[in-house]
Write a protein that binds this ligand. Structure first.
Ligand code: ADP
Ligand code: MG
Length: 676
């Protein structure tokens, strides 16, 4: 059956080569891409108000007739102003249009239009500028608002979408079996797309959105299951049970019950002929590294190599130090491979890895560059996994003969989200902190006087021999509201912290420099470290006892919790001070959650609820196909429905039977996108 869906959009009426190039900037190549380019929001022109009833300063919809068009005025180079006079029959409205000649030309004297735009004026006169315009006679009075790009206006996209929709037959878009649609109470696919682009009423868009969200969740879940099955079908080398007391007895502490449980789950997996595929989920400080080290020990005693990949150089070298400390006493050989090594150092590590002279190789992405080979790779561990994408995850798994995989996440993710994001993995949870951890006291601070008291408190800690962090948002020149870390550090070291040793750390420093600063801080060469969220992940400085966060309202709760986890790692009683100038009730409520609990899982639940999953990791760092429509937080019922539908399709084997081809096709396409 031939379908136009996968043909180029140049086949759509009104889309030529030139427009097609612009659409490409939006990631739209095919007819299918175009009809799935969904509106961000709508402008609802269904209920216009009389001109004099418009709200000053607000966006309003009016229905008016054009009375007069003035001659265009060129006020400066590249800026032409068009003015029109319109009336609703009772009152006049002056309309101003900037630069859009075609819009001005399209408005005809004596015709009626619906205009939506910001209204200014006074008690007796009203003006509207840069309105969105449709004809009064238009059938579509709810206007879709699309993501656009320069050169492509709303109208061009709207028309293209409309024409694209008219090219496809409703039945060729449907990919779900009829009984599933019926049981889940969903709209047919074509109707859903039509309604989400061009809803006739306000109410029509919601069931359409529900159908498309269900599609997303269902295909995502099926794709995850398939990934998992693919791993399960492959074989690896099954390791033999090993007594790990040689490892545990060399540790400077006793493992927690949760750590022991996770270790035995991993050992059980690794003793199977199918690769382990496990996520180790644990709050900051729950001791994931010691679990990872146990797995490396287990692999080494089985004659297999392990690699451990971290997202940054700092973290990689810290893991290297920890793993060496944990493993070398029991004779396991650990090496470090990062981009910043000298050529000579690199060659030495690469050779040692290849010759099997190393049991564990810790590093960054450099671990998987071409030219790096392992003699008997049995275990791949990745830390802070959300910084790597699904595609990277599978690329990693391809080195060696299907090695066992352990993924560590420092973000305690709510279970619903974990299932979505890590659906292809088994999960071990570290839900217990090592004994003797002191609770980190957290305070939220607003206003100048409280702020200076907080700074005095920090100085007191430094005087008592402690160290402190002050985190402020990313280095960003030119934004007056945000403090540039470098300038801010200077300000502090000349002002409130003069006489103290102040270090600066931010993401734009070269990797080697970052490493050096962090190391110096760890070695006590600085009292205070002024930094960006570079320190967010895993860096361990036991003597640091205060974490201060400026503009705390700019961070997500989970991120703040991660930051807080940088202190409270040693003997000192520790605290976290969250500073904000934002006095809003909303901010206060959010920060209060952090002050009231140290439980990362609780915090991430709250975060998910407040910010939604899109923002969850800062910027879609989880590498999943982005959910364009579904909202994991508010669509929880739909998530459950999609999950049970997907699971029953796979459990019964129906997914591989005739009738499910279009659905399988969908799943495949979803993941192809990710690989790109
Ligand atoms: P995270 O889970 O955040 O990666 P780490 O593995 O970095 O945590 O561990 C945090 C700190 O706790 C490290 O200094 C580590 O040596 C220590 N640690 C780990 N397990 C235990 C334990 N069972 N008892 C005491 N300290 C521990
Ligand atoms: Mg860690």
């Amino acid at each position: 059956m031939s379908s136009r869906l996968d043909e180029s959009i140049t086949g759509v009426k009104g889309v030529g080569e030139k427009k097609a190039a612009l659409f490409l900037k939006l990631g739209i190549k095919t007819v299918r891409d175009l009809i799935y380019h969904l509106p961000r929001s709508y402008i609802d022109c269904t209920s216009p108000v009389p001109v004099m009833m418009t709200e000053l300063g607000g966006v309003n919809v009016v229905e008016v007739e054009i009375v007069r068009k003035q001659a265009p005025a060129r006020i400066r180079k590249g800026m032409t102003v068009f003015r029109l006079l319109a009336t609703d029959g009772t009152d006049d409205l002056t309309v101003t249009i900037y630069n859009l000649q075609y819009l001005f030309d399209s408005l005809k004297i004596g015709e009626k239009y619906l205009l939506c735009g910001k209204v200014t004026g006074n008690l007796t006169r009203r003006e509207m500028s840069s309105p969105t315009v449709i004809k009064s006679t238009s059938a579509d009075k709810i206007i879709p608002v699309y993501p656009l790009t320069a050169g492509l206006n709303r109208n061009a996209v709207t028309v293209a979408v409309k024409n694209a929709l008219s090219l496809v037959r409703p039945d060729e878009l449907e990919f779900l079996p009829a009984d599933i649609i019926k049981k889940a109470g969903l709209m047919p696919e074509y109707d859903a797309l039509r309604a989400i682009h061009f809803p006739r009423t306000r109410g029509e868009a919601e069931p359409a959105r529900k159908r498309l969200a269900f599609d997303e969740l269902l295909t995502l879940r099926l794709g995850m299951t398939e990934m998992r099955e693919r791993v399960r079908r492959s074989t690896t080398f099954a390791m033999k049970p090993v007594d790990i007391s040689g490892y545990t007895s060399a540790l400077p502490f006793r493992l927690t019950g949760a750590q022991l449980r996770a270790i035995s789950e991993c050992m059980r997996d690794m003793a199977c002929p199918t690769p382990m595929n496990r996520l180790l989920l644990g709050d900051v400080g729950s001791g994931k590294t010691a679990v990872a080290a146990a797995c490396c020990y287990f692999a080494a005693k089985n004659g297999a190599q392990s690699v451990m990949m971290a997202p940054t150089e700092i973290l990689a070298s810290q893991h290297y130090d920890s793993l060496r400390g944990f493993l070398e006493p029991s004779g396991v050989r650990v090496g470090l491979l990062t981009g910043s090594l000298t050529k000579k150092q690199k060659t030495a590590v690469v050779d040692a890895a290849k010759n099997g002279e190393l049991d564990v190789i810790v590093g960054t992405h450099a671990l998987f560059q071409t030219g790096v080979e392992y003699s008997r790779l049995g275990l791949v561990i990745t830390d802070e996994q959300h910084r790597f994408g699904v595609a990277q995850r599978s690329a990693l798994a391809q080195k060696g003969e299907n090695p066992h995989r352990l993924v560590m996440s420092a973000t305690p993710i709510p279970r619903t989200l974990a299932l979505m994001i890590y659906g292809e993995l088994d999960i071990s949870v570290l839900d217990e902190l090592p004994a003797g951890r002191k609770e980190i006291k957290t305070y939220a601070v607003t206003g100048k006087s409280l702020r200076s008291r907080a700074m005095a408190f920090v100085r007191k800690e430094l005087d008592a021999g402690g160290q402190a962090y002050i985190v402020c948002p990313a280095v960003e020149a030119g934004d007056g509201a945000m403090k540039n870390v470098v300038d801010y550090a200077k300000e502090l070291s000349e002002g409130e912290f003069s006489g103290y040793r102040v270090g600066v750390l931010h993401g734009q420093l070269p990797a080697a420099k970052k490493d050096e600063v962090m190391r110096d801080f760890k070695d006590g060469k600085y009292d205070l470290l002024v930094c960006t969220t570079v320190v967010e992940v895993g860096v361990d400085v036991p003597n640091a006892s205060v974490m201060t966060v400026e503009n705390a309202d700019r961070f997500g709760l989970s991120q703040l919790h991660q930051l807080r986890g940088r202190v409270g790692r040693g003997e000192r009683a520790s605290s976290c001070i969250l500073i904000t100038d934002n006095p809003s009730e909303d901010v206060r409520k959010r920060l209060k959650i952090l002050c009231s609990t140290n439980n990362g899982f609780e915090i991430s639940e709250a975060d998910l609820e407040i910010r939604g999953p899109g923002d969850f990791f800062g910027s879609a760092q989880h590498g999943l196909p982005p959910l364009k429509i579904a909202d994991l937080a508010s669509d929880s019922e739909l998530v459950a429905l999609a999950q049970s539908t997907a699971d029953s399709l796979t459990d019964t084997g129906r997914i591989s039977l005739p009738g499910c081809e279009p659905l399988r096709e969908r799943v495949k396409r979803l993941f192809e996108r990710v690989e790109e």
